[in-house]
Design a protein around this ligand. Structure first.
Ligand code: GDP
Ligand code: ZN
Length: 458
């Protein structure tokens, strides 16, 4: 495959002060060398070295920036092509100028995700690893980051490969049975098929079980704060946001009218919905009405219902209990620094078995308990993620669901002593579906669509 030389600005995560101009392709070294003045020409330096020098505009002779240039020769690079990384400390203006010079010298501006796409096309990483990179770019909390990292490192790929291997071995046994019918291994083969298929089924199920948590770790647990005016919703929001300091707001693809804020509660990323409503109107329920609250509640995965410790329970409170009934919910009775006037017994009854926490946001009391409750609710008493391999990608989930169905068909057919080649069809299908998770036999359009989700420069 002939691929041209591409370039883009690629700023490393968590190192805002340094910017990198990346170049990948056959011409990478030559192009960079035309702009570089250092002790040695970049064409002469060894691969995998970092070289100090300056970027000079070849036309004007102006020195643009003091830089460190990494020279990485194929194939031991991310894209498996020759790569150059120009590290500069200057601001965005000089970085842009360097990129412009690189483009003038003949590189093409990389499309979003194109570096990773090349790594995939050149066989450096498989598709699930590439998708891990997408998630890594978007990861909201450390835990989400770990999940994405595991995927990049190929944990999911390894597990899928192992399953496919098991299926392949099973198919080999079926072949024996078909090729030598006189050998009369039919019964044995069916028993073995069933055993292997059940092993695969269990593992697919385990992967799918973690999917829900994985999705939340990646996208955030959509959360809404409801309550009558003046109970302390905005105060709660501010306190959550301040305490955790982990806020990402600018999410591509979200509309401006619903502002979302991300906060990290003990490793659980909450995506607080409609915070604009709380912030701007100051009383959601009154202004937007119960009907719309109902809608917001329906869209949320977690409801925080705030009541006032210092007031009697009202009809509006009861109504809020009603509209959020059956949802994952935590009830907060706020302003516990003031005298109690509410009806605790009634609240406990309305709350059914959901957590009820008394707080004073003003005095910073009860918030630890709230955080603990969120964590417990999310991990449902499970161990912490630790070493689990999460399936956090909806494409993977859909494929695994299908694989689960076809392996169930295989087990059923084997149990019913159906002809062995019937079982073989289902097992082959499962094997193919699992292959799609790691990018074997996927179509070009799918690949393009996936890689276009990347940020520029990755
Ligand atoms: P919202 O209308 O539900 O968003 O309520 P706000 O967060 O705007 O709070 C309404 C008023 O209650 C403000 O004056 C807050 O300072 C006050 N407030 C919030 N939490 C507490 C608390 O725990 N104790 C007391 N005494 N006042 C609080
Ligand atoms: Zn408010």
């Amino acid at each position: 495959m002939e691929l041209d030389t591409i370039s883009a600005i690629s700023t490393p995560m968590g190192e805002g002060a340094i910017a990198i101009v990346r170049i990948s392709g056959e011409e990478a070294v030559v192009i960079a060398d035309r702009l570089y003045k250092g002790k040695k020409s970049l064409r002469e330096v060894e691969s995998h070295t970092i070289n100090y020098g300056h970027i000079v505009d070849p036309k004007s002779g102006d020195v643009i920036e003091e830089v460190m240039v990494s020279v990485l020769k194929a194939p031991r690079t991310f894209t498996k092509e020759d790569m150059i990384e120009i590290n500069c400390h200057g601001g965005i203006v000089s970085v842009n100028r360097i990129l412009q010079l690189v483009l003038n010298e003949g590189a093409r501006l990389a499309e979003p995700g194109e570096f990773t796409k090349r790594a995939f096309l050149n066989g450096r990483i498989d598709l699930s690893q590439a998708e891990g990179v997408i998630d890594l770019i978007r990861a909201k909390t450390d835990k989400a980051m770990n999940v994405a990292m595991k995927q990049v490192e190929g944990k999911l790929s390894q597990r899928i490969q192992k399953l496919r291997q098991a299926l392949l071995e099973t198919l080999a046994h079926v072949e024996v049975n078909i090729d030598y019918p006189e050998y009369d291994a039919e019964e044995m083969t069916l028993a073995l098929l069933k055993e292997k298929a059940e092993y695969v089924q269990k593992d697919i199920e385990r992967l799918l079980q973690t999917a829900q948590q994985g999705k939340i770790l990646r996208d955030g647990l959509s959360t809404v704060i409801i309550g009558r005016p003046n109970v302390g919703k905005s105060s709660l929001l501010n306190s959550l946001v301040q305490e955790t300091k982990a806020i990402v707001t600018d999410i591509p693809g979200t509309t401006r009218d619903v502002i979302e804020e991300f906060v990290n509660i003990r490793g659980v990323p909450l995506r607080l919905l409609d915070t604009a409503g709380i912030r701007e109107t100051e009383d959601v329920v009154e202004k937007i009405g119960v009907e719309r609250s109902r809608k917001v509640v329906e869209e949320a995965e977690l409801v925080l219902l705030v009541l006032n410790y210092n007031e009697t329970l009202t009809a509006a409170d009861e109504e809020l209990f009603q509209i959020s009934k059956g949802r994952d919910r935590i009830i907060l009775i706020n302003k516990s620094d003031l005298p109690m006037k509410t009806d605790m017994e009634r609240i406990r009854k309305l709350a059914e078995n959901q957590p009820v926490i008394t707080t004073s946001i003003l005095m910073d009391e009860g918030l630890d308990e709230l955080e603990e409750a969120i964590k417990t609710l999310f991990f449902k008493g499970d161990l912490e993620p630790g070493d689990m391999t999460y399936v956090s990608n909806s494409r993977h989930i859909a494929l695994l669901e299908q694989a689960k169905r076809s392996i169930a068909d295989a087990i059923e057919a084997a149990a019913a002593a159906m002809p062995v080649d019937m079982v073989q069809i289902d097992i082959t299908k499962t094997w193919e579906l699992l292959g799609e998770v790691i990018g074997e036999s996927v179509h070009d359009s799918l690949i393009d669509q996936l890689f276009s989700q990347f940020c520029l420069g990755k």
